[in-house]
Design a protein around this ligand. Structure first.
Ligand code: OOB
Length: 541
């Protein structure tokens, strides 16, 4: 069992087993069963590859043997940073079989994030593609290796350079280790984060498989389903809600879209007869416009999921008016809880709410600042506990004491209200995070980096409204002297190796920050300040 993880207390675990949520299966059990049942059926389509379930199984076997021969075994952590491609699945299922733990990095992550994951989790291997979208990941690996002494292997999909190719792994002379147990941690997922360093989320075979199975059921997936993975495949939404893993669970076909541009994605929908896909809100108007001009054949598409950030109900209405699909809103989090509008919900529920939890045993509390329940229908802080929501981040004891209540509820940081029918409406956020069109930025993480600049006395990062992304990030800075310009600070942050989406979209200078009653920087006033400055700029261009 992986150390430094707080899992479910025995009493709750026993209840979840008794209810049949946790079925005592591992990812390897599920894959083996699917290979038996659907062997010749198409499992994954990606660029040049068309893998049947048998092909996938053979690749998983080859990689598991090769990884183990390299010395990757039970409980070893492996950072996996691959674009949307078939090999993502052969790699992670091979690691699952060994009981080694993938850490799902996003393709946008750079030296700062990858270095942190490697150091924090003492990862021994890092899996990358040679290059993708104009970026060479082997260069990144070089930088990361220099700061992560635990890293023993860099494994490359494509041209390996000085590293090892995934194609040429050593031969295994022994047997594979015994498989992991269903209650074991299967992988570490990334938190959107609202603190100084990104947190890692331990998910077990039992809990994740339940959320996948129940999600596939809610979305009515069958072996005829074809899922298009558009946004990064390692994100919880595309991976498991029901995503690619839900589709494989149902015996369907996963189509990997390597670039989210609508012309590529829409062509794939027509070619592969895609039945369901998932988007973040900013992609929706782009798709609708592209559909109007390209007029692709979308007759196969039955369900369009939208989630990851607030989805405006006017845009939701446009979807239902312009496309012959069922819209589904999805409000979830990598820590666990996922809410869906149901496919047969009345149109008002689909347009105006973010749906309801997966499980009858997802416990929801909506509370005030003192953790006391608010009146029915009022807005409050969402806390949750349930069969697939974690009880603690990996190696983060101090933070866990704040992020979870004493009785094990996760403080989501979301402000919600619940309708009389039980649907949740996301009204805002109490956590110090910017949701940049579905990409989450922890303000504190970027502030830490900025404060390291010699000319920065203080800084505060807040969300500012944006017509396309919903929110962008604005850094307010108090500087030592005005020789330092915004562009210098941006360059400085890039050199720190922060992912591009975390670099502030705007830098504003101030000589002092507005304060709250207790003398802390008032981010509320800073948000109003940037809104006023933006409105002023619009009036006096
Ligand atoms: C998903 O997961 P994360 O971990 O990247 O982000 C979770 C946070 C939530 O706590 C909430 O603040 C926000 O993203 N969020 C939404 C939302 N869906 C997520 N805010 C408003 N409306 C929504 N529909 O983003 C995620 C994980 C699984 C499924 C779907 C999304």
């Amino acid at each position: 069992m992986l150390a430094h993880c707080t899992l479910w207390p025995e009493e709750l675990a026993a209840h979840y087993r008794a209810q049949g949520y946790w079925r005592g299966e591992t990812f390897s059990d599920v894959l083996d069963e699917r290979i038996q049942r659907y062997g010749e059926k198409l499992a994954i389509v990606s660029d040049t590859r068309r893998w049947t379930y048998q092909d996938l199984g053979a690749e998983v076997e080859r990689l598991a043997a090769g990884f183990y021969a390299l010395g990757i075994g039970p409980n070893d952590r492996v950072v996996v940073q691959l674009p949307n491609c078939a090999e993502l699945f052969s790699v992670i299922f091979a690691l699952f079989r060994l009981g080694a733990l993938p850490i799902f990095a996003l393709p946008a992550h750079r030296k700062f994030e990858i270095g942190h994951f490697c150091q924090h989790a003492q990862a021994i291997a890092y899996v990358i593609a040679d290059q993708h979208a104009g970026f060479d990941y082997r260069n990144l690996a070089r930088e990361v290796k220099a700061s992560a002494p635990s890293l023993q292997h860099v494994l490359v999909l494509g041209e390996p350079g000085e590293y090892r190719s995934l194609k040429h792994l050593p031969r295994l002379e022994s047997d594979l280790p015994p498989p992991p147990r269903p209650a074991d941690v299967a992988f570490l997922q990334l938190s959107g984060g609202s603190t100084g360093t990104p947190k890692l989320i331990p998910r077990t075979h039992d809990d994740y498989l339940y959320s996948i199975r129940a999600s596939a059921d809610i979305c009515q997936l069958t072996s005829d389903s074809v899922y298009l993975s558009v946004i990064p495949a390692g994100h919880n939404f595309t991976l498991s809600s029901p995503g690619s893993l839900g589709t494989l669970y149902a015996g369907g076909t996963v189509v990997m879209c390597a670039h989210p541009s609508p012309d590529v994605a829409l062509t794939l929908i027509a070619q592969e007869r895609v039945t369901i896909t998932a988007l973040v809100p900013p992609l929706v108007p782009v798709w609708l416009d592209a559909i109007e001009s390209l007029k692709p054949d979308l007759r196969s598409l039955k369900v369009l999921q939208v989630g990851g950030a607030r989805f405006n109900s006017e845009m939701a209405r446009r979807v239902t008016q312009e496309l012959d699909v069922t819209l589904q809103q999805v409000f979830g989090m990598a820590e666990g809880l996922v809410n869906y509008t149901r496919l047969d919900d009345p149109i008002d529920v689909i347009l105006h709410s973010q749906g309801r939890p997966i499980s009858p045993d997802d416990e929801i509390r909506i509370v005030d600042e003192e953790d006391q329940p608010v009146a029915a229908g009022e807005i409050g802080h969402l806390q949750t506990r349930g069969p697939y929501t974690i009880h603690g981040y990996y190696k983060a004891e101090e933070h866990n004491a704040r992020a979870f209540t004493r009785d094990g509820f996760y403080r989501t940081g979301d402000m919600v209200r619940q309708t009389p029918e039980g649907n949740l409406v996301v009204e805002g956020r109490a956590k110090d995070q910017i949701n940049r069109g579905g990409e989450k930025i922890s303000a504190e993480e970027v502030e830490h980096q900025l404060l390291a600049h010699a000319n920065v006395i203080d800084c505060a990062i807040v969300a500012m409204p944006d017509a396309y992304l919903g929110e962008k990030s604005c850094a307010f800075v108090i500087r030592k002297n005005d020789t330092v310009r915004g562009i210098d600070l941006i360059r400085f942050l890039r050199e720190c190796g922060l992912a591009t989406y975390k670099i502030p979209d705007r830098i504003e200078f101030m000589t002092q920050f507005p304060q709250t009653g207790v003398g802390k920087t008032s981010k509320k006033h800073l948000r109003l300040e940037i809104e006023a400055r933006l409105a002023g700029a619009r009036m006096n261009p």
